[in-house]
Write a protein that binds this ligand. Structure first.
Ligand code: ZN
Length: 288
């Protein structure tokens, strides 16, 4: 899906889809019984019970510089892993160029977290930095947990790859909320991973523009709008439920544009209240 928007005040945003991989549907729905989610995905569920997950990244242009949010899986997966994840499509570097952006002009790479499907594109195919002048901004807590020894972590983080970018990443460690460029902030959320963060854009200027938020893997797909529908990949589900409720309330109150992290078809929308939960209402804007 091609989408870009003028947020006002000199801020623009473009969706960059950096390929697709396939995840177990049951894991994506975590504690939710199949009888409740089956009908939502009946048209896309494969015979081996998987769902296609887009690798949604954002290129945010501001008067003070360019921020890339997420990098997808990248180009360094070996054949076995590529086959297992069923990873296809254009990785972040060619996808950026196709959309008209030179990767060398990215000033900051903001990472929601460091799982393999978000941080894999930090290096190019040869193992060099993919974004020559960029600073990586992730939470220090995320770097610490990503390189930890708990065996559950090893499946979610590509630790050998993360060791290669650790020093680069350390230059941009965030400890808590930080405005990374005027109007662009990272906000720690935890929940999905210990150091998970959201990226929130509030175009600032004489005439402020429309806010936009990327909640990372706390909002992968439209059904994530129910705070209690958390994935089996969330390391701290109680925190996910709590923080999703708080963020989504704020998203409704201030009418934020929301971008979902893994939704292939309708990743752009807004949150609307729905009883004691929320609903994701997609917009089908062609761009503007
Ligand atoms: Zn993910």
């Amino acid at each position: 899906m091609a989408w870009s928007a003028d947020l006002g005040a000199g801020y623009r945003v473009a969706l960059i889809q950096a390929g697709t991989f396939w995840s177990d549907a049951g894991a994506l729905f975590g504690p939710v019984p199949r009888i409740l989610w089956d009908r939502l995905v009946s048209d896309e569920l494969t015979t081996d019970w998987r769902l296609g997950q887009a690798l949604n990244c954002l290129l945010i242009e501001t008067p003070a510089g360019r921020v890339l949010v997420e990098t997808g899986i990248g180009e360094r997966l070996n054949e076995k892993a590529r086959e297992m994840r069923r990873y296809t499509g254009e990785p972040i570097l060619p996808a950026l160029r196709t959309a008209g952006f030179d990767p060398a002009t990215v000033d900051i790479v903001a990472m929601s977290h460091l799982h393999f499907d978000h941080a894999g594109g930090l290096l190019d195919a040869t193992g060099s930095r993919a974004f020559l002048r960029a600073v990586i901004v992730a939470q220090r807590a995320e770097w610490e947990v990503a390189l930890g020894t708990n065996s559950r972590l090893v499946a979610s983080y590509d630790q050998p790859e993360l060791r290669l970018v650790r020093d680069w990443g350390a230059a941009g460690w965030a400890d808590g909320e930080r405005e990374i460029l005027p109007g662009v902030s990272v906000v720690p959320t935890g929940g999905h991973s210990a150091g998970h963060q959201a990226v929130i854009v509030r175009p600032t200027g004489p005439r402020p523009g429309r806010p936009l938020a990327f909640f990372g893997d706390l909002a992968m797909r439209p059904w994530s709008a129910n705070p209690r529908w958390v994935t089996a990949f969330d390391d701290f589900p109680l925190d996910s439920v709590q923080v999703k409720g708080e963020l989504f309330r704020q998203a409704v109150a201030e009418d934020w544009t929301i971008v979902l992290s893994h939704e292939p078809r309708t990743p752009i929308g807004r949150m609307v209240p729905d009883r004691d939960r929320f609903m994701f209402e997609p917009v089908r804007a062609a761009g503007g």
